[in-house]
Design a protein around this ligand. Structure first.
Ligand SMILES: [Zn+2]
Length: 724
């Protein structure tokens, strides 16, 4: 599903090991105090990303810089009087984040390291009799890649009770890609062996702020890693390959089978993960037959938007399990071409197909998709007739189209300049493999543009989705180093608009048209076609494969449901022949191919998030915190309290971000200080030594209530109480 991957292979935009870390990415201030995420074992190096104190809304400098940078304040060496047992982070909190109460601003969010002697720390102010040391970013060590020790030990409620597989049963577990478009991954198990098809990832969603990628939850196969005989990758798009560097080490780096182009794209990306063990890659061709454990495996080639896309046929004694990968059909007015017909005949004429899994991405669209050939024809006509420069923005994953555009450029005597790292990389791979052959002088750099008349120039650029840092956006907002848009330019957006990117694309078009450029996009002319089969194409594919059972994959639930209806119409399947899965659904074909059932037990399916350099599955709290911080900001209170009588040593320090402009809220500040003072002194009355946690809870409650009353906002309130 290339359309979902506008950034296909653009590591520069994503944090990778060894590259400079992105500052201020983390909010570990509120989440600190909890230990490393599961799957991250062992110490990690500390890297400090200090940007120096900056004045904040309240005009205060120092203390903020700590929280801003995700600082975690740890309490380790607490000296005697104030050591309430709960004042130290409970082990449970370190391990599983329990006890965190995002909304209330839990004190567990901070661990404070106290030592003897007074010292001024990062601007927190003088803390009499106490010294705070600040341990930065402990829970997101930099410099270590995403290669974590496999997470095999974490207890989970899911997945522990799945019964063993009967000898005459085949188990299919979609681990990703059936509740979304992206992170495709399916495990197929028979005779004690497991084969995995695709290990993709998904780009972040609005509901996961700050997250880089979402991975399929592979706990089920991690726990059965010794049985994995192979990973098969259907094609080179990131929603089918993106999880490889993260997940292969967790599942014991089993042999990986794929076709040539896919293998090179995977290998290229692996270079950005130097600490990951070398892949055991096997290149297959569509006619090959390979034994993988108890499975005999065959392939068939499918039409998609990238060369070397294939479907997989796993043979068992009860019939074959077929997985299409992403596909569409090459056709003329709804009649599949001879090539398609022959390939499906070759693969399925004598194949007894027990079960089919097929691409659901575009099944809601009626009829047949626009053939890529038609798109090529339209683009050719534009290349031929355009006056002035032609700037074509498209996905770097649409390799076939990119190569075709270069071919047309040569036919019409034009030069091609490629702007965008991922596009350049992908084209280099194609050149390297001999898929792309260019005459010397066709490809030019942006420095050479001025040597040619505009009529002879085509610029191929990334960023058709309005991606903030991609070449197209930089041209549109005049920040591109070499290229300025002029009113004589024609810009072709050869892409659809991915849901969620509408506003970004609108902004891109606005910026471009402000500069007078003429814009051609897919709604004006057929200059784009998706790589996925529409409804009637899908039905045709079903009729060629003729499965006994069916499981729709690659899509949101509704799409899978629509696809199930197509399966019924195409081959007369009934509801009992179809399992519409969720991620983690365990489906079994039982009784030697007699029936398909969905087990009550589910494999683990919680989101696995790649967040900076951490990979983990228990970050719900982190995400919730981020959402909350985005809504109403954070409000931090530093108070120093006499351990014996609970009296405040001085007026508490207050820091906030994203809440209200404190400098102009003196009355509010005054009020909140009174609330804090009362809360501390009331809750410590009669205690000796005082119970710091009890006080913190009270402060959190009282302050939250007060702020809500005064501002109608609910910032995250975090009290840090130091006792002396
Ligand atoms: Zn794809």
């Amino acid at each position: 599903m290339n359309e979902q991957n506008p950034n296909n292979a653009q590591p520069a935009q994503n944090p990778q090991p060894g590259q400079s870390a992105q500052p201020n990415r983390s909010f570990s201030a509120q989440t600190g105090g909890r230990g490393p995420f599961p799957g991250q074992r062992g110490p990690r190096p500390q890297h400090h990303h200090h940007h120096g104190p900056r004045p904040d809304q309240s005009g205060r400098l120092p203390a903020m810089s700590a929280s801003r940078q995700g600082t975690r304040i740890m309490r380790t060496d607490v000296h005697a009087p104030n050591t309430s047992p709960i004042d130290r982070p409970a082990p449970a909190m370190q391990q599983d984040q329990q006890g965190h109460n995002a909304g209330q601003g839990n004190q567990g969010g901070h661990r404070v390291v106290l030592g003897k002697g007074a010292r001024k720390i990062a601007g927190v102010g003088h803390i009499a009799g106490a010294r705070m040391t600040i341990a930065k970013k402990l829970d997101r060590g930099r410099g270590r890649g995403p290669t974590r020790a496999p997470n095999l030990t974490g207890a989970s409620k899911e997945g522990d009770t799945i019964p063993p597989l009967a000898a005459d049963a085949i188990r299919i577990v979609p681990l990703g890609g059936v509740e979304e478009i992206g992170k495709n991954c399916t495990a197929i198990e028979y005779g004690g062996d497991i084969v995995i098809i695709d290990i993709g990832f998904q780009f972040k969603e609005e509901s996961t702020p700050g997250i880089d990628y979402i991975l399929p939850n592979t706990k089920y196969v991690e726990e059965r890693r010794e049985r994995i005989k192979a990973v098969i990758i259907t094609h080179g798009h990131l929603d089918h390959t993106g999880g490889i560097p993260y997940i292969m080490p967790r599942i014991g780096n089993p042999p990986l089978y794929t076709r040539l182009l896919t293998s090179v794209l995977i290998q290229k990306r692996q270079e950005e993960f130097p600490q990951v063990p070398k892949l055991d890659m096997h290149i297959v061709e569509k006619n090959q037959v390979i034994t993988m454990g108890t499975f005999t495996v065959k392939f068939f080639s499918v039409t998609h938007t990238i060369p070397d896309a294939m479907g997989v046929i796993l043979q068992t004694p009860y019939g074959s399990i077929v997985h299409t990968g992403d596909l569409k059909l090459d056709h003329v007015d709804g009649v599949p071409t001879d090539n398609e017909v022959q390939e499906y005949e070759r693969a399925f004429k004598n194949e007894k197909v027990l079960m089919l899994m097929a691409d659901s991405t575009n099944v809601e669209n009626p009829g047949f998709s626009i053939p890529e050939k038609q798109v090529h024809k339209n683009i050719e006509a534009i290349i031929k007739s355009v006056q002035g420069r032609l700037i074509i923005a498209t996905f770097s994953s649409l390799l076939e189209r990119l190569m075709k555009i270069i071919e047309f450029a040569e036919i019409y005597g034009k030069k091609v300049c490629v702007e965008g790292r991922s596009m350049k990389q992908n084209l280099e791979v194609c050149k390297h493999l001999g898929l792309l052959k260019t005459k010397p002088g066709t490809m030019i750099s942006s420095d050479e543009l001025e040597n040619f008349p505009p009529d002879r120039i085509i610029i191929l650029a990334t960023g058709a989705q309005g991606d903030e840092f991609a070449a197209m956006m930089r041209m549109s907002n005049k920040t591109h180093q070499k290229i300025r848009i002029t009113p004589r330019d024609t810009i072709m957006l050869s892409s659809s608009v991915i849901p969620g990117n509408e506003r970004a694309v609108q902004k891109l078009k606005d910026n471009l048209s402000r500069q007078g450029a003429k814009i051609i996009h897919y709604r004006i002319a057929d200059v784009h076609s998706s790589g996925h089969a529409n409804r009637d194409e899908t039905a045709w594919i079903h009729r060629q494969i003729k499965p006994k059972f069916f499981m729709p994959v690659h899509g949101y639930h509704y799409m899978l449901r629509v696809h199930a209806d197509i399966a019924k119409e195409a081959n007369g399947l009934t509801e009992q022949d179809i399992v519409i899965p969720d991620n983690g659904t365990v489906a079994e074909i039982q009784g030697g191919g007699a029936k398909i059932v969905r087990l009550r037990e589910k494999a683990a399916s919680s989101l696995i998030l790649v967040d900076g350099f951490s990979v983990g599955d228990v970050q719900d709290v982190v995400i919730r915190d981020r959402q909350m911080l985005a809504q109403d900001g954070i409000f931090i209170i530093f108070g120093i309290v006499n351990a014996h009588n609970g009296k405040l040593k001085k007026s508490p320090d207050i820091i906030s971000r994203g809440f209200v402009y404190l400098r102009e809220s003196q009355e509010l500040l005054h009020g909140v200080r009174m609330v804090i003072k009362d809360a501390i002194e009331n809750s410590s009355r009669g205690q000796n030594p005082i119970n710091v946690d009890y006080i913190k809870d009270n402060v959190t409650d009282q302050v939250s209530k007060f702020l809500l009353q005064e501002t109608a906002k609910r910032p995250m309130v975090i009290p840090v109480i130091l006792t002396i």
